[in-house]
Every structure is written in C-alpha cells, then in structure tokens.
Ligand binder design. Structure first.
Ligand SMILES: Cc1cc2nc3c(=O)[nH]c(=O)nc-3n(C[C@H](O)[C@H](O)[C@H](O)COP(=O)(O)O)c2cc1C
Length: 392
C-alpha cells in the first residue's frame, strides 16, 4: 500500500511499522512503563458519544479559526516531537512543509534534527517553538533569542519532562538518543533497506538546535549525556516567570493536567496551556488528557488558550476535544506515522485524512464550523458499552 491509498491514520501506522526497524518504531510508538496512560488517552474518547442535530443543511464546513491573532485553516498543530530524523533524514522539514500546505500550525522541537532557522523557512507564517529548559540560563536566552529572530510566534514550554520517562521499550533496545548496534538490530536494519539507506548508514542525526559544551551541534550521544546532566529537575514556577520575561510573545505551558496548575500558569503571565501527558511517555498512570480537559477549560478557558494533545487519531477525536472547549489540538504520533511511512507526502496524507474526517463529522453532527461546537453535542457514556448514558 502507498501513502495515498491509506484510508485512515491506522493504515499509515502500519506502513510506518513496515518501513522502520522495531527499535525505531518502538521509540515512536512507546509510552512509559505499563503504557496505561498511552492507552487511556485513546480510551477516553469512548466516554463521549455524539448527539447530532439532523437535516440542518450544513454542507460547507469551515474548520478555520484564530490562534493568538493568526488565522489558521484548521485548529491543529503538527508536533512538537524530537529526534524525528531517526524516522527519516529530512522529517522535520517534511512535517513543516505539510503543516504549511494544510494551513496548520507547525511546532518545532528543541530536540529537532534540523536547525530552527531552516524549519522556519519551510513552515508557514504560523510556527511555534517548543522549548526545553536544558542547559544554563545563558543557553536559555540564546535559544529563545534565535527562535524570536526566526519569527516563531509562540513558545511552548514543556514542563513534564524534567525527569526522563521510564520508557521500557527503549531501555530494552538500548535506545537513548543513540542506536546500540547489536546483532539483532543489525539484522532488523538489513530487513528495512529503505530506512537503512536513508538513516541507518548515515549515522544518528544531530541535534541541530543545541550547542553542547561549546561545540556547534550536538551529536545525539553527546546530547543524551548533556540532557541527563542539564535537565534541571529543580526547575520551578520562578523559572517559568524568568522565561516569561525572556520571550516576547504568547507563551504556552505544556504538560499541565490540573486546574490549579493551569491557573498558576496564567497568573505567571502565560497566554495558555497545553493539556498533555506527553502522549503517555512520561508519568505512567497520569490522567487521560480528554478527562483532564473540562476542569482546565472551566478554570482558564475564558481568558486563556487551551490546547490539548494525546491519542488523537480520528476527526471524531478532534471534534470531541473542541466541543469540550479546547481551542486547538496538538498532533504527535499521527503525522509521525505519515512522515515515517512516506515523507512529506505521508505527513500531508495524515493531515488530509484528519481534515476530511473532521469535516464529515461536523456535517453529520449538523455543525457548520468549529467555533459553534459546544458540549451540548456530547453525552457521557459508559466506555464499556459505548452507548449507555452515565450521569454527568
Ligand atoms: C516520538 C515522539 C517524540 C516527542 N518529542 C517531544 C519533544 O521533544 N518535546 C515535547 O514537548 N513533546 C514531545 N513529544 C510529545 C508530543 O509533543 C505530544 O505531547 C504527544 O505526542 C501527544 O500524543 P500523541 O502522540 O498520542 O498524539 C514527543 C512525542 C513522540 C511520540
């Protein structure tokens, strides 16, 4: 199957699985420990059923919205995900171009394999930069200054990864920002010749945004030890306040799961939060993001931007989160499956699928646009049956 005949995101996932050695696919797919949270993100969508309005005559569905004053064609954001170069050499640029073509926001990661300046040229006007507070304060100021100069509109500060997640698939494979070449891995790589030629034989991609220990660009191995050393687990809200002063644009705090933390983020001057558990890759057992969303919308939704991510693979998933009050959704693995399977065309196919599914769901619901979505189109149901109503 080729990417253009993929009917849904799961088809792209299967194509990605076929193209990648299992070490690499597991890095893309895996979560922390028992992967309870990774699965819970998906299962949470089953807790809501749609209650459509019929015969409304809405056929021209409008997905456009506005994020921090910028018009966007669709309320979703591609990425941020680090180490994309391990899927395909030019994956960051392909994702940026696909987002631009679809009118979506592109979010470039600190741990990307393409310099933020090159990604800025590939992405459209609406580009955001994801920031990890690694290194010392001088390193923070330098990286934030570069992102600002390259015209990134918003900064996403990720705060759920101050301690690395316990990703057991990666530990078993010996994968820690570098590939351990065991006989098993070598055999697996040989069975995936397209990946081997594109990535494997050229060595691990470098972390192009980070200068480590005075060297221009960090190799993945250098970065792994640097990140372990420089992660700053002692990072606190006072440091968020310092970053707030450094960044002169909208600031989103990513990794928020409670209404209290959302209020604290806004009180410190952030324009919004990303309700996220890092796709289940950090704290296993953390609440599913769709279930955390309503209380956070209630706490800050009237005055701040609420973005959510975790497990979005269908247009109907996107519609549920938007109906619950999210302003936009971050897509993590869905476009990664696409780019791993088929480069830029694959990433575009992922976005096309989600766009078409969302349009169809809105038409079937009798909703003309994403702005008119509200919780009234949803009913809480027992996830086991998928249809039995439960009390709100
Ligand atoms: C392979 C991979 C790498 C990621 N790298 C980063 C990163 O560098 N920074 C970050 O803030 N989030 C990172 N994330 C988390 C995503 O931004 C997002 O929160 C998550 O993938 C959403 O869940 P989903 O993959 O189920 O859509 C990564 C996720 C994946 C799958």
């Amino acid at each position: 199957m080729r990417v253009d005949s993929a009917v849904n995101i799961d088809d792209l996932r299967e194509l990605a699985r076929a193209r990648l050695p299992s070490v690499v696919f597991d890095y893309l797919e895996g979560g922390a420990e028992d992967e309870v949270t990774r699965r819970a993100n998906r299962e949470a969508f089953l807790r809501y059923a749609f209650v459509p309005s019929v015969a409304t005559g809405h056929v021209d569905i409008d997905l456009s919205t506005n994020l921090f004053g910028d018009p966007v064609a669709v309320p979703w954001i591609v990425g941020p995900t680090g180490l994309n170069g391990v899927f395909r050499r030019d994956a960051d640029l392909s994702l940026a171009r696909a987002a631009r073509a679809e009118g979506a926001v592109y979010a470039h990661a600190t741990a990307a394999n393409v310099p933020l300046e090159s990604a800025a040229t590939a992405a459209g006007e609406c580009r955001w930069f994801q920031f990890y507070p690694w290194g010392g304060r001088a390193a923070w100021a330098a990286l934030i200054g570069r992102a600002q100069a390259a015209g990134y509109r918003a900064l996403i500060l990720t705060v759920d990864s101050l301690v690395p997640g316990n990703r057991e698939r990666d530990r078993r494979h010996g994968f820690a920002h570098q590939l351990r070449v065991t006989p098993g891995f070598a055999l697996d790589a040989l069975r995936h010749p397209r990946w081997l030629a594109d990535v494997g034989l050229r060595g691990m991609p470098r972390m192009e945004n980070l200068a480590v220990d005075g060297r221009e660009r960090a190799s993945a191995g250098e970065l792994a030890s640097y990140a372990r050393r420089e992660r700053h687990p002692e990072f606190r809200w006072e440091d968020v306040a310092r970053l707030r002063e450094l960044w002169h644009g909208p600031l989103l705090i990513k990794g928020v799961l409670s209404a209290d933390d959302a209020r604290r983020a806004v009180a410190i001057g952030a324009e919004g939060v990303v309700v996220s558990n890092h796709g289940g890759r950090q704290l296993d057992g953390a609440i599913a993001t769709l279930l955390a969303l309503p209380s956070i919308v209630q706490a800050i939704g009237a005055s701040a931007t609420v973005v959510v991510d975790g497990g979005f693979r269908r247009g109907s998933d996107l519609v549920k989160a938007l109906a619950l009050g999210a302003d936009a959704v971050i897509l993590g693995r869905a476009p990664l499956y696409g780019v791993a399977a088929g480069g830029e065309a694959g990433a575009r196919r992922a976005l096309e699928i989600l766009r078409d599914e969302t349009r169809r769901v809105l038409a079937l619901l009798g909703c003309p646009d994403v702005r008119s979505l509200s919780p009234s189109i949803l009913r809480r149901v027992d996830p086991a049956s998928g249809i039995e109503p439960v009390d709100p």
